[in-house]
Design a binder for this molecule. Structure first.
Ligand SMILES: Cc1ncc(COP(=O)(O)O)c(C=O)c1O
Length: 496
């Protein structure tokens, strides 16, 4: 199935020439073939997202200093392959194979997998049962009430607000709504702000369940490419100008799946863009606390994270957060932080969906949260040390068992974003399953297809399992390197 999107934001000849890099190695037919191959690579790896309009052939030939005939022939080839489309008056734009999405894959979330690298869901912290005991002892007074608290327990909202304030964003409990996780938080915001046909700007690669949430409200995804070196603010500015999205959804702190963190100057430029264009943005902070290179001996835990994006564009940014990575996904709690007015509107939107989050779980979270970020607490320090160990181990294992892959060391988050060197991730995922390893191919992290040369490799498994899983992946990768064949649609796996 091919996704033929309408043309979207335009890339300039100079920028495209820079992305193409040193592709040239020949003239005539050989040069055309190489130019087509380099363009194809950019499309398939998602560096040029679906909908991106190419510069005119005249402009591109000038930027590349090659003949117009060469550019025309290369573009013709990609059009024949279905990777580009053109229309009189609208020019030429990228249109790629849809990602392997189909209903039903979620059921795997309930089945135990022997070696599960599909979910970036770590086991619960060891301190969890003790927090449950303490919470149970504090439950009695609350049992006298009806138990429906749409906005969430005041005590917990105060703790979460306090963490924001300490991070440089003054916040009161009236600005917080407790939700059943960050995914629920995003769904609630979408329900409030996005209607059928509305555009939502999202990163590609990005978080698959966030794409799903936008599909669920019949929103239209406008993808902005995240490259090896991070966000391209110039392209994002062009996309916002041209698509005028109703909402943006961004993960600026330890982006899933790349682990990238936006730099301070980029944050300021992004905030200026949101303010200038009055674009609302959901900033997903699910992974913000997972700064794996942070040394609490040098910078106290209480001061660690940079100011949240909402501090730079308070009227534009809605922040969502989660406890799934730091404590346990089974807690199913997260939050929205926004203005009191929007919290009120969220409440109205929520009534048709559910009537609040479980009280007992909120008490457990309050127990954990009250202690977590103090300098005396070892809970978070130990948790992050185990993730950092997982990351370093996974890097070493990939180098040892998968020498053809390239991978950058992420400063935070829970996964490596591996470049397989060839678009084999769907086949690799299917073959890995036969060897008892569950892993999600790269194209699931693409809004509109591509990224089949990528693989997200979470490192949250216990070391022994991680070792065995990557050893088996290495065997599969070696087998595939000996075969040459087309990619087939693989199984659809749930992702976190
Ligand atoms: C970026 C991102 N957002 C949201 C979620 C979902 O979080 P929760 O379990 O709180 O719903 C995840 C989980 O992996 C995630 O990585």
């Amino acid at each position: 199935m091919s996704t033929v999107l309408p043309p979207g934001s335009r890339i300039s000849g100079t920028r495209l020439a820079a992305l193409l890099g040193p592709w040239r190695d020949g003239s005539g037919r050989q040069g055309t073939a190489r130019l087509a191959a380099s363009l194809r690579q950019l499309v398939l790896e998602g560096a040029l997202v679906a909908g991106t309009r190419l510069p005119s052939e005249r402009e591109l030939s000038a930027s590349l200093a090659v003949s117009r005939t060469m550019v025309t022939s290369a573009v013709d080839r990609l059009r024949d392959e279905g990777l580009l489309a053109s229309r009189q008056g609208a020019g030429t734009w990228v249109t790629v194979q849809a990602a392997t999405r189909e209903p039903g894959g979620w059921s795997a979330m309930s089945e135990p997998a022997p070696l599960d690298l599909a979910l970036a869901s770590p086991a619960a912290i060891p301190e969890f049962p003790a927090a449950v005991d303490r919470a149970a002892r504090r439950l009695s007074p609350l049992l006298a009430g009806g138990g429906h608290q749409l906005q969430g327990l005041l005590e917990l909202r105060e703790l979460i607000a306090d963490r924001f304030t300490r991070r440089g964003l003054p916040t009161g409990p009236e600005q917080i709504m407790i939700t059943n996780g960050a995914q629920h938080a995003f769904a609630l915001v979408l329900r409030m702000l996005v209607g059928p046909g509305d555009r939502v700007l999202m990163e590609q690669p990005g978080y698959p369940n966030a794409y799903e949430a936008v599909h669920a409200v019949n929103g239209r995804i406008v993808a902005t490419a995240l490259r090896e070196d991070g966000w391209c603010l110039t392209e994002m500015e062009a996309a916002v100008r041209q698509a005028a999205p109703r909402l943006a959804y961004l993960m600026v702190d330890f982006h899933n799946p790349t682990g990238l963190r936006m730099t301070a100057p980029e944050r300021h430029r992004l905030a200026a863009l949101l303010r200038r264009t009055r674009t609302m943005a959901v900033v997903d902070e699910t992974l913000v606390e997972l700064d794996l290179d942070h040394d609490p001996a040098v910078v106290p835990r209480a001061k660690v994270a940079p100011p949240p994006m909402a501090a730079l564009a308070p009227d534009q940014v809605i922040t969502i957060g989660s406890t799934s990575k730091l404590f346990w996904g089974g807690l199913r709690l997260g939050w929205v932080r926004t203005t009191p007015e929007l919290v009120h509107r969220l409440g109205a939107a929520r009534l048709g969906m559910d009537l609040g989050s479980p009280i007992m779980e909120q008490l457990v979270l309050a127990e954990l949260y009250a202690e977590a970020f103090t300098d005396e607490s070892t809970v978070v320090t130990r948790r992050l040390a185990s993730f950092a160990h997982g990351r370093d181990l996974a890097m070493d294992l990939v180098r040892e068992h998968c020498p053809g892959w390239s991978v950058r060391r992420p400063a935070g988050g829970l996964s490596l974003w591996c470049d397989l060197g060839a678009p084999i991730s769907v086949r690799l995922s299917a073959s890995a399953r036969d060897r008892g390893v569950r892993i999600v191919p790269g194209d699931r992290f693409a809004a509109h297809g591509g990224l089949r040369h990528r693989l997200r490799l979470p490192y949250a498994l216990p070391p022994e399992q991680l070792r065995e899983a990557i050893r088996r992946l290495g065997l599969v990768a070696a087998e595939l390197a000996d075969q040459d064949g087309p990619e087939h649609e693989g199984p659809v796996l749930p992702v976190t």
